[in-house]
Each structure stands twice: as C-alpha cells, then as structure tokens.
Design a protein around this ligand. Structure first.
Ligand code: AMP
Length: 177
C-alpha cells in the first residue's frame, strides 16, 4: 500500500555528507529529521501507517539508527521492541548471524528469548544499502522461528540493489535514491 503522507519534507531534510565514513561513500545523514519534531513525527507516521494493518507483535530494530525509528514505532503500535546489536553488546545469551562487509565479516546478535516462534515481526532500519546488515537480521528472526512480515527502511539506495540480499522478504522503503 503506498503511503498517504507527503514525504517530500523528509527527502529535503536528509543531509548528504560526502566521503563519510570513508572516501567514496555519500552518507545519508538523518539527524536533521530526528532534530525536527514535525519531521521526526512524519517519519514515524510513515512507518506506522504501513505496519499497522499487519497485526505486528514485535518491532525489531537494527543497531543503531534502527533503534531510533523502531522504538518510536513500537511505542505507537503498542508492541515490544527488540534490538539487533553488533557482537558483544547484548548481555544475555545470544543468537548470532554473520554477514560480509567490503573487507571481512561482521556479526550481529539478538537475545535468544527476544522473539517467540510464530510471532509477527516488522524489521526496521534507517537505510537499505547493500542489504547485508538487514539480511543478517532476517536470518536471526528466522532462527528464532518468528515470522518476518515486513522490512521497513526510511531510505533505500536503489543502485546498490540491496533487495537481492533479501529474497522472499516484503520490503517497504519510503525514500529512494
Ligand atoms: P548495508 O548492510 O550495506 O545495507 O548497510 C546498511 C547499514 O549501514 C544501515 O544500518 C545504514 O545505517 C548504514 N549505511 C550504509 N550506507 C549508508 C549511507 N550511504 N548513508 C547512511 N548510512 C548508511
């Protein structure tokens, strides 16, 4: 379902930062959205509008900007929030999933009791780039036996074709570049 909201103000607020965190990367900085009450609310409303009809029982947010959006969405939906974190940050026993970076490998983790089998989950992050991070989060949700209903991203960098790393996952991205 297409959003009924006018998201042009969100697009206009995203700040492009060239060569961050390294040369050749054009970083999409969403902090101007977070800093503006009306824009932050609009961004959360967009996530919530598409997730609300889906009978979501848990929001899973990806470290770290996925927490900022995901937690607000969970609050608005009245459901729990589950963090997927970089290795070594979560205190309890974890399920883990590795993914490939440009150089080497990274691991993300989720607490083993974070999701129940069959639980209906929406996955949230700020941005879909190559899809490696989201694919690892999808793997974790699968290992828990939960049902990933939708993966939502505020921004999608279409030229990186991150969707190819998320076969079979329903994806909603609000702003494409
Ligand atoms: P990927 O695994 O390549 O899809 O990268 C996604 C993660 O890296 C997300 O959590 C984003 O926050 C971050 N990221 C990747 N590329 C960018 C970019 N150009 N601007 C801002 N964040 C990015």
């Amino acid at each position: 379902m297409p959003t009924t909201l006018d998201l042009a103000p969100l697009r206009a607020a995203i700040r492009d930062v060239p060569d961050f965190p390294k040369p050749g990367i054009l970083f999409k900085d969403i902090t101007p959205i977070l800093a503006d009450g009306a824009l932050f609310k609009l961004s959360i409303d967009a996530f919530v509008e598409s997730a609300r009809p889906l009978g979501i029982e848990k929001v899973v947010g990806i470290d770290a900007r996925g927490f900022l959006f995901g937690a607000a969405v969970a609050y608005e939906l009245g459901v729990g929030f589950v963090p997927v974190r970089k290795k070594g940050k979560l205190p309890f026993t974890c399920q883990s999933a590795a993914y490939t970076l440009e150089y080497g490998e990274a691991v993300v983790e989720m607490h083993i009791d974070a999701l129940r089998p069959g639980e209906r989950v929406v996955l949230i992050d700020d941005l879909l780039a190559t899809g490696g991070t989201a694919a690892a989060a999808v793997k974790l949700i699968g290992k828990m036996g939960a049902e990933l209903v939708l993966a939502q991203f505020l921004i999608e960098l279409e030229f990186l074709d991150g969707r190819k790393n998320l076969p079979g996952t329903a994806i909603k991205a609000f702003l494409t570049f």
